[in-house]
Design a protein around this ligand. Structure first.
Ligand code: HEC
Length: 85
């Protein structure tokens, strides 16, 4: 997705497997039964995260607007092992 590249997400994330951060298909798999995940992840995308996947910190992403974070969270959660780009 163009926005994920433009906002630098792909510098740390792959679609399938862990790089610096978890693969987006792995994130989608973890939260697939969690109806509140898109709201929570949208907040975490902007605020940053640590401890959900390991000890590496995801820094806050201040270049991302709230609306973009919602789009990115929904896109991440829609990923499958066969990624749709
Ligand atoms: C500097 C590297 C880096 C960048 C840039 C980055 N991430 Fe992350 N991301 C991480 C790491 C590391 C984690 C795991 C954090 C943890 O364990 O809590 C993570 C976790 C996540 C999670 C899962 C959070 C959870 O609670 O399960 C999502 C969703 C995510 N990133 C989306 C994004 C998006 C979207 C962008 C672009 C706006 C982005 N990331 C940019 C490193 C990065």
């Amino acid at each position: 997705m163009r926005l994920s590249r433009a906002r630098g997400c792909m510098g740390c994330h792959g679609m399938l497997r862990k790089q610096v951060g978890p693969g987006f298909a792995q994130v989608a798999e973890r939260y697939k039964d969690d109806a509140s995940a898109s709201v929570r992840l949208a907040i975490k995308i902007r605020a940053g995260s640590v401890g959900a996947w390991g000890r590496v910190i995801m820094p806050q992403q201040t270049q991302v607007t709230e609306a973009e974070a919602r789009l990115l969270a929904e896109w991440v959660l829609a990923q499958h092992a066969e990624p749709k780009r």
